[in-house]
Design a protein around this ligand. Sequence first.
Ligand SMILES: [Fe+2]
Length: 444
Amino acid sequence: MYRDQGGFEITTDSAAAAAALSAAITAFNGWKLAAMPQLDGALAADPGCAMAHAVRGLLLHLGRDARLAPQIGVNLAAAKAAPGPLTEREDLYVRALGDSLAGRLTGAITAYETILAAHPTDLLAQRLIQAELFWLGEMGWSADVSQRIAPAWNRDVPGWGLHRSCRAFDLEEIGQFDAAETMARQAVELDPTDAWGTHAVAHVMIMQGRFSEGVAWLEGLKDHWHETNQIALHLWWHRCLFHLEQGQNDAVLEIYDGWVRNRALPLVQETPDLYIDMQNGASMLLRLELLGITVGGRWEELAALAGERLDDTTSPFTAAHLAAILAAAGRFDDAQTLVANLAHFAKTESESATLAPRTAAAALPAARAAIAHRRGDFNEVIAQLLPARRLLRQIGGSHAQRDLFILLLADAARHAERADVVALTLADAREVGFSDPQTRVCQR
Ligand SMILES: [Fe+2]
C-alpha cells in the first residue's frame, strides 16, 4: 500500500505506479498538462491499478465528448476488475466513474460529497465536484461544499492554495466578490502558475467592470502558463472580454487568432474541438458580431468541427454554442439536426439522466434562439429566451459565459422594438452581479 500526494492510500504494489498517479492527481488539481501522461505512466507501471483507471476515466469524462465513452468504459471495466480490496475512498471514485458514464451526474456528485465528508482535504474530490456542479449551473451547491470542508484546511496541507482558488471561484459565482478576490490573490501569490486563482480574479474584474485592470492582471501572469492545460486559452478568452468591453477590437481579434483559436498551437492541435475551446471561440465571435464587427471566415473552422458532433449531448452549454456556430456558417440543416438530437435526448433519457431536464429547460431554448437570431427572426429569439432566461443557469457555465444569451436576447429585443424586454435583460444582468449592465447591454 502506498500513499499519494494528499496522504491517501492507493491500492497498488508498484511504487512507480503510486508515484506517477500521485503526480497525475497533483497535475490535474493544478490544471497542468502533465495529468494524462502521468496517468498513462501509472497504468504502464501497474495496469491493474483501480484508482489510476478511475481517475483516467473521470478526466476523460470531464472532456465532455461523446466519442470518449468507449475509452471511459474501458477504464471503468478495468477499475471494477482490479484486484482488491480497494479502500472505501477508491470504491467511491469508481462508483463516481460509473455514474458519470451512465449520465447520473448527481450520483457522481453524491460520491464526491461522501468522500469529502470523510476526507475534507481530498483536493481531487473538491476539484471534481466543482467541475460537475459548475457545468450544471449549481455553484451555490459548490460554495456550500467548499465552505463545509474549509475548516479542515490550513497552510500546511498540500494543495492549500488550490483549495482556496476553488473556493474563491465558488464565492465569485455567488456574488461574494471581495472575499473571492482576496482569497484568489493570496493563492496566486503563493503560486503564480495557479491558473484557477488567476481565473477567479478575472471573473471578479469582469463582473465589476474593471476592464483595464483585468488586462493588466492577465498580462502580469501570462508567462506562468507554459505547463497549463486549455484553461490557459480560456484565460486568453477572458482577456479578449476585457479588451472587447473597452472597444479594443483589434486586440480582441489578435488574441483570438494568436491564442483562443490558433490552430497552430500544440494545445489546440491536440484537441481542436475541446468543449471549452469551442465555447470560447463561438462566444467571442458572436460578441464581436453583436457589436457590428466583421469576423470574416473565422466561423468556418469552428463549423467544420461542430459538424462532427451533431449527436453529442454531453454538455448543454457547449451544444448551444455548437448550434450558434453552425448557424453562423450557414449550416442551418446541421444546426436543426443538432437541435433535434438534443430534443430527442431530453425526451427519451431515463429519469436518472441529470442532463436531460436541463437540456430541455436551458440548452434547447438557447440553441433555438441562437439559430433564430442568425436568421434574423428576432421575435422567435424572444419567444425562446424570454420564458427560459431565469432557467438558463441550468445550462452550466459562469455568469460571464451565460451573459452571451442575455446579450442575444437584448439584441433581439432592440431589433423587435421591445423596450420591455430590454429592461428585463438589464434587470437580469444586474441581478446576477454585473456592475454596469446599462453600458454592457445597451452599447450593442
Ligand atoms: Fe471563466
